[in-house]
Design a protein around this ligand. Structure first.
Ligand code: HEM
Length: 215
C-alpha cells in the first residue's frame, strides 16, 4: 500500500506546480518585482504563521497533530525580524491582510480550534514547502534585493534549529506515515491539503493583482 506521505505528495503535485508557476511567484523569482512586493508577501506570511503558531501549544498534546508541533519550525520570530528590516521598527502599524490572506488564516485558525487533522494538512503544506522550495526563494531574494546571506529580510527561510533539512523531511514523512487516523480521516486530510494549496494560490493571485508588471 502506498504510504500516506506519498499519497499526500502525489495528491497535491498538480497544485504545487500551479502555485510554483503562479504569475506572482514567477515574477518574484524572476527578479521582476521590487522589494515592496516581497515585503507585502512577507506581511501576508505573518498572518498565516500567526494562525499556525500562536495557539499551537493547545494541540501539542494531540495524538495526531501534536508530534508535528516542533519549536524549531516556528517562523513567527523570524518573520518579525524580517518585517522590522523590510518595513522599519513601526512595521506592525502598517500591517494589513489581503482578503485572501484573511480567509487562509481564518481557515488555519478554525483547524487549530477544532480539527487536528486539518491543522496537520496546513502544517505540512507550509513547513515542508518552506524547507524545500523556500530555499530557492531565499537564494533568489538575496540576489535580487541584496539581503545578507541568511540575514535580515530572509530569516523566514532560515531554520537555525534544523541543520539537516533532508533528514528532517525524512523524519517528517515517517511521522506522516504513522499518523494514527483511519482511512476516511486520511482522505479528509488530503482534501484539506489541497484546500491549503488553493488558499496559497488565491493569496498569490491577490498579490499578483496588487503588483502587476508595468508593461
Ligand atoms: C516558486 C516556489 C516554489 C518552488 C521553487 C518549490 C520547490 C519545491 C521543491 C524543489 C520541492 C521538492 C523537495 C524535496 O523533494 O525534498 C518542493 C516540495 C514541497 N513544496 Fe514547494 N516550491 C515552491 C512553492 C511552494 C508553495 C507555494 C507551496 C505551498 C504553500 C509548496 C509546498 C511544498 C510542499 C508541501 C513540498 C513537500 C512535498 C513532499 O515531499 O511531500 N511549495 N517544493
Amino acid at each position: 500500500m502506498e504510504s500516506f506521505s506519498s499519497v499526500i505528495r502525489t495528491a497535491s503535485q498538480e497544485q504545487h506546480t500551479e502555485a510554483e508557476t503562479s504569475t506572482f511567484m514567477s515574477d518574484l523569482l524572476g527578479g521582476k518585482l521590487g522589494v515592496d512586493a516581497y515585503a507585502r508577501y512577507t506581511e501576508q506570511l505573518w498572518f498565516v504563521y500567526e494562525a499556525l503558531e500562536t495557539d499551537a501549544g493547545s494541540i501539542a498534546a494531540d495524538p495526531v497533530a501534536g508530534p508535528f508541533v516542533r519549536p524549531e519550525l516556528f517562523r513567527l520570530p523570524a518573520l518579525e525580524r524580517d518585517l522590522a528590516h523590510l518595513r522599519g521598527p513601526e512595521w506592525r502599524a502598517g500591517l494589513t491582510a489581503l482578503p485572501a490572506t484573511r480567509a487562509y488564516a481564518d481557515r488555519v485558525r478554525s483547524c487549530v480550534e477544532r480539527w487536528p487533522g486539518g491543522y496537520l494538512a496546513h502544517h505540512y503544506t507550509r513547513y515542508l514547502g518552506d524547507l524545500s522550495g523556500g530555499q530557492i526563494i531565499r537564494d533568489r531574494a538575496e540576489r535580487t534585493w541584496g539581503f545578507a546571506r541568511k540575514g535580515d529580510g530572509v530569516r523566514f527561510y532560515v531554520f537555525e534549529g534544523i541543520p539537516n533539512p533532508a533528514a528532517f523531511k525524512r523524519e517528517y514523512r515517517a511521522l506522516l506515515d504513522g499518523v494514527p487516523v483511519d482511512d476516511l480521516e486520511k482522505q479528509r486530510i488530503v482534501a484539506e491539503c489541497k484546500k491549503a494549496f488553493a488558499l496559497n494560490t488565491a493569496m498569490f493571485r491577490a498579490l499578483g493583482d496588487e503588483f502587476p508588471l508595468s508593461a
